[in-house]
Design a protein around this ligand. Structure first.
Ligand code: FAD
Ligand code: SIN
Length: 500
């Protein structure tokens, strides 16, 4: 049995910001199912939205967020997010992120307010945060450690059962190598990100299998707004192995790239006055329907090649790897799963309905994203709500409202005994991959960009038939059924949820 003052499950922007903000108040353990920088945050290209220019106003950022979110947003949360945004940028600057002086423009924003480090913003942020938390003696970072169940006692979350992931890399962990089993903590923060990896086509990193949502479900929590799944319109359509697609940032459209069909027509103007810079759900659906007539491309040929390489080095390198010359070739694009707007419901403090459990970042449903997230509001949500959760926890400690967790040993004993890993049921790697692949196909085909009652019913039936004896697969199955039921319950289209 191990314990710490704050157990953070996830080392993306939300988890690491919380670790940094809590590191002066007690011992912090951060778990990461994959490598410490193997997460969606590290992949982020476009940047982080905040009002910081003389001609911008909080009111405009609030309005843009509400319009993108189809006004399904929680207004109080949106106001909070937008007003805290400049402070979030300051925190990131404090840990060493050097943002470019001029912000980018992205779809749905009424003016440029996306702060970036070229197209490597996520990586710059994660590396800076890792650097500072690594220096903190109070912080233990455990890469390749997976939370498999929350420990709940007397209606309070007291920590989690954890297991080393298969590819445990000791080199990446600091302190507590080989740790596994019961991990007790008075405060547990879910920062596990989204579930793109349950889809056949996604921009998401390998660990994004919705584990936090599965943990919350198992602990008896209800999830919210799961039907609002965002599909990014411009993934590079030169697909190799697996379900991961390389993202071409929306900021490139803000820079002048145009979405065109095979006849070179900017067909997006037919559906929205902002054309290529319309909100993401509008662009995605228009591309999806246009693809029925033929391939869709990004046209970069009119852009200055030198400026392009300078502003978008990651994208330029990826195009080169695929022998695409932006000065000569049209760039094939297609929409793929990108982001979950829903999740574990929380208030502004990040605390869930289960005392002692917080949810921050993409796993949470704070209500800021509504039915469709505004571009570059997600990194922002991660920082703002991680700080808010840290403040709430500090307040609770100060008021001595929370006692250290009682030993959850009695709970553990029935499941493997003291200090022994909860015996998770694991199928063979081949059977696991096969079942996961099946889930991905079903979700992509039937619970994708355009849904029908029939496709959802079919998905429900096919997912229910997956019987593999493996805790992970059973967890994904439970989550997919929740998503499907949320889609079925919302009969009319709204934001990213589109019923044909
Ligand atoms: P993540 O960064 O995904 O981190 C999740 C962490 O949880 C990982 O460390 C993972 O290992 C860990 N984890 C998961 N399950 C477990 C488990 N069972 N046990 C232990 N650890 C676990 N948003 C923007 O605002 N701006 C952008 O420019 C932008 N670009 C993007 C580009 C791409 C390619 C992608 C995929 C997303 C982009 N997004 C962007 C969205 C944004 O990056 C994510 O929503 C955000 O980074 C999520 O942060 P997070 O901390 O909640 O989760
Ligand atoms: C992008 O760079 O297009 C992604 C931005 C986001 O997901 O907010």
């Amino acid at each position: 049995m191990k314990s710490c003052d704050f157990l953070i499950i996830g080392s993306g922007i939300a988890g690491l910001t919380a670790a940094y903000s809590l590191s002066d108040f007690g011992s912090v353990t951060v778990l990461s199912k994959g490598g410490l920088d193997e997460n969606n945050s590290g992949l982020a290209q476009g940047g982080i939205a905040a009002v910081r220019s003389a001609d911008d106003r909080f009111k405009k950022h609030i309005q843009d967020t509400l319009i993108a979110g189809a006004k399904h947003n929680r207004r109080k949360a949106v106001k909070f997010l937008v007003k805290e945004a400049p402070k979030a940028i300051e925190l990131l600057q404090e840990v060493g992120v050097r943002f470019a002086e001029t912000p980018h423009l992205e779809g749905g924003h009424s003016l440029p307010r996306v702060w970036h480090t070229g197209d490597r913003t996520g990586n710059s942020i994660i590396q800076a945060l890792l650097k500072v938390v690594r220096k903190k003696k109070s912080v233990t970072l455990l890469a390749h450690h997976e939370a498999i169940e929350l420990i709940v006692k007397n209606n309070r979350c007291c920590g989690a059962f954890i297991a080393p992931s298969l590819s445990l890399s000791r080199a990446e962990s600091r302190g507590g190598e080989g740790a596994g089993g019961e991990f007790l903590s008075p405060f547990t923060l879910l920062a596990t990100g989204g579930f793109g990896q349950l889809y056949g086509r996604t921009t998401n990193a390998a660990p994004a299998t919705g584990d936090g949502l599965v943990l919350a479900l198992k602990a008896g929590l209800k999830l919210k707004d799961l039907e609002f799944i965002q599909f990014h319109p411009t993934a590079l359509n030169v697909h190799g192995k697996g379900n991961r697609y390389f993202l071409i940032s929306e900021a490139l459209r803000g820079f002048g790239a145009k979405v065109v069909n095979r006849r070179g027509e900017e067909f997006l103007f037919r559906v929205h006055p902002n054309g290529s810079l319309a909100p993401r759900d509008v662009v995605t659906r228009a591309i999806f329907f246009e693809e029925e007539r033929g391939p869709v491309f990004l046209d970069l040929r009119h852009l200055d090649p030198r400026e392009l390489r300078q502003e978008f080095p990651t994208i330029s390198e990826a195009l080169k790897r695929h022998r695409l010359d932006p000065a000569k070739h049209l760039i094939p694009i297609t929409p793929v799963e990108h982001y979950s707007c829903g999740g574990v419901p929380t208030g502004l403090s990040g605390e869930t309905e289960l005392p002692g459990l917080y949810a921050i970042g993409e796993v949470a449903c704070t209500g800021v994203q509504g039915a469709n997230r505004l571009a570059s509001n997600s990194l922002l949500e991660g920082v703002v709500f991680a700080q808010s959760a840290a403040k709430d926890i500090q307040k609770k400690i100060k008021n001595k409202k929370t006692r250290p967790p009682e030993s959850a040993l009695s709970h553990a004993e029935g499941k493997g005994g003291r200090g022994v890993c909860h015996p998770a049921i694991r199928a063979s790697a081949v059977a696991y991959q096969k079942a996961l692949q099946k889930i991905r196909e079903i979700m992509w085909e039937n619970v994708g960009i355009v849904r029908t009652k029939e496709s959802l019913k079919e998905a429900e039936e096919e997912i229910s038939q997956i019987q593999l004896k493996d805790d992970r697969i059973q967890g994904y199955k439970a989550l997919c059924l929740e998503i499907i039921h949320a889609c079925l319950a919302r009969k009319k289209s709204l934001g990213a949820h589109f019923m044909s």
